[in-house]
Design a protein around this ligand. Structure first.
Ligand code: NAI
Length: 217
């Protein structure tokens, strides 16, 4: 496969392609044209061609895209063709909700452990995963070859825990705490802020109302 610098915007769209292709495969479809994929995904066909051309195309004139092949190539690009061991730090509402979502495993993300400081939570088992005290963090990470950690703790505690994670060898932090983390260059932080997504929804809802008003007047 041809490798070259891929823009963040393209990478951000790949999981959506992956999801659609997975659904097509499940419904027994073998190949699809960029026009048909465009219709289903509500993205222009030229956008699809441009995006997929970043990786050397995968499509053939008059044949379209071989879904299984494209699906597995996108998985390789996203690095989800292999298993990633993950831990959750903060086993409250959000941490437990993540642990209860079984579908992450289907994507290759295996939740190996959960951690907390609350003695009432330590020892509990969520979907087969035991909640441990944070004092075991470093040993657990090394013994279980953990590369990624979800941070679902209060923002005041997140920087300190992030430092410990980095020192223990964690390479990716899935950060739900509302704080920007400082990490070395070889560590990646993916921030997830549901409230930001909600604010974007609010903006769009309000704008639609405004547009309607303008049209009426
Ligand atoms: P929660 O209070 O139910 O859970 C937080 C857990 O973290 C508690 O069990 C607590 O004992 C534990 N904890 C505190 N300090 C710790 C430490 N140093 N090490 C390990 N565990 C520690 O709160 P909830 O609702 O689960 O939210 C967790 C965090 O996620 C909060 O910071 C909240 O603001 C944030 N959040 C972010 C969202 C997002 O979209 N980014 C959405 C919802 C919550």
């Amino acid at each position: 496969m041809e490798t070259r610098e891929i823009s963040k915007a393209v990478i951000a769209r790949l999981p959506r392609y992956y999801r659609y292709l997975g659904e097509l495969m499940e419904s027994g479809v073998d190949r699809i044209s960029s026009n048909e994929l465009s219709r289903r995904m509500n993205v222009t066909a030229s956008q699809i061609r441009q995006d997929l051309n970043n990786f050397g195309g995968f499509g053939q004139q008059g044949y379209g895209y071989n879904i299984k092949y494209l699906y597995s190539e996108i998985a390789k690009i996203l690095g989800i063709d292999r298993q990633h061991n993950l831990i959750i730090i903060g086993s409250g509402n959000l941490g437990q909700a993540l642990a209860n979502y079984a579908n992450f495993e289907k994507r290759g993300f295996l939740i190996k452990g959960m951690f907390d400081i609350n003695p009432r939570l330590i020892g509990l088992v969520v979907r087969g995963i035991e909640i441990r005290g944070v004092e075991d963090l470093e040993t657990f990470i090394k013994e279980n070859e953990v590369q990624m950690a979800a941070l679902t703790i209060p923002k005041t505690k997140a920087p300190e825990i992030a430092d410990r994670l980095v020192n223990a060898g964690i390479k990716g932090i899935w950060n739900f705490a509302h704080v920007d983390l400082q990490v070395p260059d070889d560590v990646v932080v993916e921030n997830v802020h549901l409230s930001e997504s909600l604010m974007r929804l609010s903006y769009r809802v309000c704008n639609i109302q405004e547009e309607k008003k303008k049209k009426r007047s």
